[in-house]
Design a protein around this ligand. Structure first.
Ligand code: MTE
Ligand code: MO
Length: 210
């Protein structure tokens, strides 16, 4: 009767979902955060409308190969699915969120940033911006240009059609309604960073403000 043995049950769950540790919550909540099962919506301003005829995605700045793609072209790029925890600076965290999109490695291989590029600026609809140190994007294998959440297209409130996903940093770096990436030598504050939020934003060391 293996079904009655709790250890068998744990092992079966683990086999079904190998990324999930035995104690699925242990050590996953950064200091000062609480868990939520909801998916709060947080942004400044209104939700933009998506027009696939005029939408484009650009990569520019300190790169060897600047890029401009239409939505149809973007959808043909290689994708990856990641299950990650997310942490908002307003103190909610959500575990095991599933995203799909174009991996950051595609950006690096295709745009080929110059050696002097050390920061990126994510550029979004309505001139929202977020700056991220390039090393943070290279050291997190889960970074995506994400267009699916929970195996469905992003909801408009959550960034449809495209957002940046940098799950190991506070969630404001995961800029919604993404339209481009600029590679820069020096750091420049993005939208929230201009109001005093941290230029890196590591939730584990509570880099909330600079
Ligand atoms: N374009 C844009 N992206 C944004 C923001 C914003 O104001 N504009 N807010 C950020 C903040 S502060 C957070 S916490 C997350 C929230 O994402 P969600 O609404 O999908 O939970 O989006 C981030 N991305
Ligand atoms: Mo936020």
């Amino acid at each position: 009767m293996p079904n009655d043995n709790p250890l068998d049950k744990v092992l079966r769950l683990k086999r079904a979902n190998p990324q999930r540790p035995f104690d699925s919550h242990a050590g996953r909540l950064p200091p000062g955060q609480y868990l939520t099962d909801k998916f709060p919506v947080l942004h400044y301003g209104s939700v933009p409308r998506f027009d696939p005829k005029t939408w484009d995605f650009k990569i520019w700045g300190l790169v060897d190969n600047p890029i401009r793609l239409t939505w149809d072209e973007f959808l043909k790029l290689p994708t990856k699915r990641e299950v990650v925890d997310i942490h908002c600076v307003t103190r909610w965290s959500k575990l095991d969120t599933a995203w799909e999109g174009v991996p950051w490695s595609w950006v690096m291989e295709t745009a080929r940033p110059k050696p002097e590029a050390h920061y990126i600026m994510a550029h979004c609809e309505f001139d929202f911006t977020a700056d991220v140190p390039l090393d943070e994007l290279l050291n997190d294998e889960n970074v995506l240009l994400a267009y699916k959440y929970g195996d469905k297209p992003l909801e408009p409130d959550h960034g449809y059609p495209l957002r940046l996903l940098v799950p190991h940093l506070y969630f404001w770096k995961s800029a919604k309604w993404l339209r481009g990436i600029e590679f820069m030598e020096k750091d420049r504050p993005g939208f929230w960073e201009g109001y005093g939020y941290h230029s890196r934003g590591d939730p584990w060391t509570e880099e909330r403000f600079s």
